[in-house]
Design a protein around this ligand. Sequence first.
Ligand code: UTP
Length: 298
Amino acid sequence: MKRKVTKAIFPVAGLGTRFLPATKSIPKEIMTLVDRPLIQYAIDEARAAGIKEFIFVTSRGKGALEDYFDNAPILEQELRKKGKNELLEVLKDTNMDSGAIAYIRQHKALGLGHAVWCARRLINNNEPFAVILPDDVIAAEKPCLQQMVEAYEDTGGCMVAAMEVPSEKSSSYGILDVKGDLGTMVSVKGMVEKPSAEQAPSNLAVIGRYILTPKVLQSLNRMKSGAGGEIQLTDAIAEEINQDRDVYGYRFRGERFDCGSKAGFLRATVAFGMARPELRDEFTSYLEDMVSLTKAAE
Ligand code: UTP
């Protein structure tokens, strides 16, 4: 099995119901943290990890995503005419090499596992691939997927990003059942989807970064033909463990924001806003004023 990861799947076919009505016409991934859509953070992270091919699993109404990564000749011409070179530079991040990006449709939102399975024909035998959920935004000195890809070169197998969560939050995540603690990583003997605090086998939750082998796609193939309802990616990864193949949880260094939820998105907006040199002073002083006003009103 090769250990170089050069393809990433971005499942973006979900309905995004937690952001209705906005997501009635705007894909969740186009929603903006400061001045960049969520998908741009995901693409930047993938590029830093050495990803060269970007596979989007989309659905009806996600046209804005395709346009975002297209050239914008009229806009670019205008900017050039006005000498706005710094803005032309900003737009460069949205450019993709011809043929580097592929769009596959998931016709029905049948779950994350099903979305990943929809991209199966674009992944070769023996070729590991990454999966990035763009609504998990991770602020990190070294981008999370890059940390994982580096670790994966030594381990092989499957790898999921893992984060410690308080036990009362375990029912919102897939939780790892740990076989051995290797420090930055753990080896995994099981995964439990959304357990209660009492039933959680550890405090390590899976979040939206994965490095997987094509065997996972074969498991998804079987599930696709068998089960009704949502097809879970974690079930297919658990199948790897059942087959005695290695699965690791990677304790990434960084802060993860759940931008699929309103509270998480607001937190991310504050954190990323404060991290911007051009906004920091004004924004911080506004937040300080808000806090003191709230305290005074209590
Ligand atoms: P979520 O669980 O956040 O679902 O999916 P959602 O539909 O995006 O949002 P809510 O819960 O209705 O507000 C996690 C990731 O999996 C993708 C989503 O696009 C998101 O990136 N996904 C989920 C699919 O691509 N297809 C699916 O059938 C389900």
